[in-house]
Design a protein around this ligand. Structure first.
Ligand code: FMN
Length: 108
C-alpha cells in the first residue's frame, strides 16, 4: 500500500505548486525525505531550481481535496484548481503546506 503525500514547491513566477505523490517515504533518521517524480512535472523542475520542498500528509477525508492538486495544467501552464486548496505557509523553507481543514460543530 502506497502513502499519499502532497509535495509543495515554489514556481518560477513566485507562486506555489502542490502535487500529489504516491511513491514517497522518509529516508533514514535524519531530515531526509524521498519521492519519485517524473522530470516532466513542474514539481521536479521546481525542486531542482529551489532546492526545497514541503510534504503534507492529507487525512482520509482530504483525499478528494488533495487529488485536485493533480489537475492538469491549462494555458500558460497554470493550475487554477490549486486556488481551491487551503494552504498554510511553511516556516523553515519558502513554501506552503496543504492545510488540514478543521471541522467544528456545536452540540447545543
Ligand atoms: C494519487 C496520485 C498520486 C500520484 N503520484 C505520483 C508519483 O508518485 N510520482 C509522479 O511523478 N507523479 C505522481 N502523480 C501525478 C502528478 O502528481 C500530477 O500529474 C501533478 O499534477 C503534476 O503536477 P506538477 O506539474 O505541478 O508537478 C500522482 C497523481 C495522483 C492523482
Amino acid at each position: 500500500m502506497a502513502p499519499l503525500v502532497v509535495i509543495g514547491t515554489r514556481e518560477p513566477d513566485g507562486g506555489y505548486d502542490l502535487a500529489p505523490k504516491h511513491m514517497a517515504m522518509p529516508i533514514g533518521w535524519e531530515n531526509y525525505f524521498g519521492f519519485v517524480c517524473t522530470p516532466r512535472h513542474h514539481t521536479y523542475q521546481n525542486v531542482l531550481r529551489e532546492q526545497a520542498f514541503t510534504v503534507s500528509f492529507p487525512r482520509p477525508e482530504q483525499v478528494v481535496l488533495a487529488s485536485l492538486s493533480a489537475a492538469p495544467r491549462c494555458e500558460e501552464d497554470a493550475k487554477p484548481a490549486l486556488a481551491a486548496l487551503p494552504i498554510l505557509p511553511a516556516s523553515v523553507v519558502d513554501g506552503v503546506f496543504c492545510a488540514m481543514p478543521i471541522f467544528t460543530w456545536n452540540v447545543n
